[in-house]
Design a binder for this molecule. Structure first.
Ligand SMILES: [Fe+2]
Length: 494
């Protein structure tokens, strides 16, 4: 093993910090590592070829007022598998805000749970305005570069996939919508090389949808009229369509004018899914109505005959119950816990000829953060792989594999005190195009028992058999949200 510290951020967090999302499995890292030729416990598959990337939350300064776990500074971890060897890198995403706060030695912006008027800087980012773009939400790879992004719309920060060193911000040849930004969950279609994205905000038309091609040209960008400001988090696509949404959970308009952003659920309003041809004009969007809910993440969408089918996680409790007298930490934690939201795999169907809609629950299991074999994105898939959560906390205690053809599920529990990340599916090198689970599942753990982190590799067809290989990382990592898999063949200099 060849390990080197390559960077260390200034942190002013106190040693006796007691915030539940800056301690334990959320203890932030400040050190950046390069580690090559890592030791492997078990058998590392020789046909595993590419990089698993994960974004995590790593605050380095005490917050101004209340801290929310989704506003920590972004840090990307990369575990690369090549020629039977494993390497690891981690780097902070050097956002404009991170650099400014490193220089100042303190927080300059407020987070999601505070009034913007408390910020020391009057500028900022995000759909609500005045926020810090922490770039700590999602990570994708497009046109050979890692892109990290912020869930409430901001810049796309580019990183070198091999070193995770900064490569500036996406400009799209000067056409990047800097004022509106890009939301989390841009979607990369591996078959066309296109990246589909959206952004949202407080000004009409409240939503935009766009497409970036393989040469980083913004080739499509349209405004989508909504009844008012909405807070969409994800989108879906098929070979021919993009699927946007207008969900009945949105900021209270009256409070918003006073600078307070509290989502309210409106069960009297439908869930609306908007279907637009991938290069369609704004007036071509068609809306389909369903039972009211909020959906954080869609797993996939596809066309089947006249129907368009979307799968994702229906929230049976978009506004979780909170005990009387609960403080900020408990209330916040319940709002982001999977059992608080009661997230269950669900299928929505839209007939594009007749306009008929139907929907069905696919599973009783509470899970979220679903991933599929990306070769099947936009096309009919069978398997999805999702996280199960610790009750009352935003922490993943296991994995579940759902078979949409039979309804069968398999589970794997990480064990007491061990928490995983969003688990990506890595198709085996040379995998058959029609064997969807011919590959590996990859996740990073945070192990509080041993104060370590590991990268676990599972055979996707044998989840319950447990990991086939475990790789110990140089340092225990913090928790976070999203991840991705980049096949080596998609990366320059691989
Ligand atoms: Fe997300």
């Amino acid at each position: 093993m060849d390990v080197e510290v390559v960077g260390r951020a200034l942190s002013t967090l106190p040693d006796d910090d007691d915030h539940p999302y800056r301690t334990g499995a959320w203890r932030p890292q400040r050190t950046e590592w390069r580690a090559d030729d890592l030791e492997v416990i078990g058998d590392l598959p020789e046909d595993l070829d590419g990089i698993y990337l994960r974004n995590t939350e790593n605050p380095v300064h005490p917050a101004i007022g209340r801290y929310h776990p989704f506003e920590g500074d972004g840090m990307i971890h990369g575990v690369g598998f090549r020629n039977g060897e494993v390497f690891y890198r981690n780097r902070f995403v050097r956002t404009d805000a991170f650099e400014a706060e490193q220089e100042a030695g303190r927080s300059l912006w407020v987070g999601l749970a505070e009034r913007p008027s408390k910020a020391q800087r009057t500028d900022g980012w995000g759909a609500r305005g005045h926020l810090k773009d922490a770039s700590s939400t999602d990570v994708v790879v497009h046109n050979g570069l890692v892109l990290s992004c912020f869930y409430e719309c901001g810049d796309l920060y580019q990183l070198d996939p091999m070193t995770l060193e900064p490569r500036g911000k996406a400009s799209w040849h000067g056409e990047f919508p800097s004022r509106a930004g890009v939301s989390a969950h841009p979607k990369v279609d591996e078959h066309t090389g296109e990246m589909l994205f959206f952004n949202y905000g407080r000004d009409e038309p409240y939503l935009h949808y766009g497409v970036v091609d393989q040469q980083d040209n913004l080739v499509h960008y349209v405004g989508v009229d909504l009844p008012g400001p909405r807070i969409p988090h994800d989108m879906a696509f098929t070979d021919n369509y993009a699927i946007l949404n207008d969900l009945p959970l949105f900021w209270d308009p009256a409070l918003m004018d006073a600078g307070v952003f509290v989502p309210g659920f409106h069960p009297e309003l439908p869930t609306r899914l908007g279907v637009i041809p991938r290069r369609g004009a704004a007036e071509e969007i068609r809306w389909f109505e369903f039972e009211p809910t909020y959906v954080l993440h869609w797993t996939n969408a596809y066309e089947l005959g006249d129907e368009l089918i979307v799968e994702g996680f229906f929230q049976h409790s978009p506004v979780p119950e909170v005990p009387d007298g609960a403080g900020y930490h408990e209330r916040m934690s319940r709002f982001i816990s999977l059992d608080g939201m009661q997230t269950k795999l669900h299928r929505w169907r839209m007939n594009l000829v007749t306009g008929a809609c139907s929907e069905e629950q696919l599973s009783d299991t509470i899970s979220e953060f679903g991933m599929i074999n990306a070769q099947f994105a936009g096309r009919q898939h069978r398997y999805s792989y999702a996280a199960t959560g610790v009750p009352g906390r935003f922490l993943f205690d296991g994995l579940t594999k759902h078979d949409t053809a039979t309804g069968a599920e398999e589970h794997f529990a990480f064990g007491d005190g061990v928490f995983g990340s969003e688990t990506a599916m890595a198709p085996r090198l040379g995998a058959s195009a029609d064997v969807e689970d011919d590959g590996y599942l990859i996740t990073l753990t945070t192990d509080l028992n041993n104060d370590t982190s590991e990268c676990l590799v599972f055979d996707a067809a044998e989840l319950t058999a447990g990991p086939v290989a475990r790789i110990t990382l140089p340092e225990r990592i913090s928790s976070g949200t999203h991840s991705t898999w980049a096949p080596g063949g998609d990366l320059p200099d691989w």
